[in-house]
Design a protein around this ligand. Structure first.
Ligand SMILES: O=C(CO)COP(=O)(O)O
Length: 248
């Protein structure tokens, strides 16, 4: 079964009302590969504005994070239920910046993923190792530990896209080589086969993130287990369209 190519744009904490409008205007006028699923994740403050401005039903919006409780005294948080109510269909969970800068543990990532799926949201679940972990040859064990934590809480993986984002490649310009990425993607699919069954594993989209750019996306996209990208910096530039069209 062919997996639909998936390209996400994680805008992180960047931009203004005007730049968000400009980014959507660029996407609206671009020719996008109709076989690519596109999801953009603006800052929470801009989500509804961006949602209203997007013209193509091919482009969906995503939050960059959410809290697992439905409501209550959690100052500053946005709940998965509020995302559902606002018709935001996707949420990024477990981004390495959430894990390393905001102290999210594997268990937090698991409970957020579970809560998002319970609200019928789709989830971009991020995993990946630090440079120190890679140098200690712990890449696969770290990624498996992160995935196992979610699998302990979640049975249905049909609405999850796994984003492999090596921390050392994020925002550094140091992209994993196509071989390095493929090796980890294959290990993730092997994990999924063993843990979730071969049918689920075959259908699971595993996307790569970390310094993806127009100049490296085609080689990465040519790997058998790379089903798309989660793009940071380049999603704020016109070349995002070239990355969406990596398979053309
Ligand atoms: O963290 C990322 C996407 O979520 C990757 O960011 P960069 O593409 O800027 O390296």
């Amino acid at each position: 079964m062919a997996r639909t190519f998936f390209v996400g744009g994680n805008w992180k904490m960047n931009g203004s009302i005007q730049t968000s409008k400009d980014l959507v205007a660029n996407l609206n006028k671009a020719q996008l590969d109709p076989n690519t699923e596109v999801v953009i994740a603006p800052p929470a403050l801009h989500l509804l504005l961006v949602k209203d401005l997007v013209e193509s039903s091919q482009v969906k919006i995503s939050a960059q994070n959410a809290y697992h409780k439905a409501s209550g005294a959690f100052t500053g948080e946005i709940s998965v239920s509020q995302l559902k109510d606002a018709q935001v269909p996707w949420v990024i969970i477990g981004h390495s910046e959430r894990r390393t800068l905001f102290g999210e543990a594997d268990s937090n990532v698991a409970e957020k993923t579970k809560a998002a799926l319970a609200e019928s949201l789709s989830v971009i679940l991020c995993v990946g190792e630090t440079l120190e972990e890679r140098e200690k040859n712990e890449t696969v064990s770290v990624v498996v530990r992160q995935l196992d934590a979610v699998a302990a809480e979640v049975n249905d993986w049909s609405k999850i896209v796994v984003a492999y984002e090596p921390v050392w490649a994020i925002g550094t310009g140091k992209v994993a080589t196509a071989e390095q990425a493929q090796e980890v993607h294959a290990a993730i699919r092997k994990w999924a086969t063993e843990k979730l069954g071969s049918q689920v594993a075959e259908a699971l989209r595993i996307i790569y993130g970390g310094s993806v750019a127009a100049k490296n996306c085609k080689e990465l996209a040519g790997q058998p287990d790379i089903d798309g990208f989660l793009v940071g910096g380049a999603s704020l530039k016109p070349e995002f369209v070239d990355i969406i069209n990596a398979r053309l």
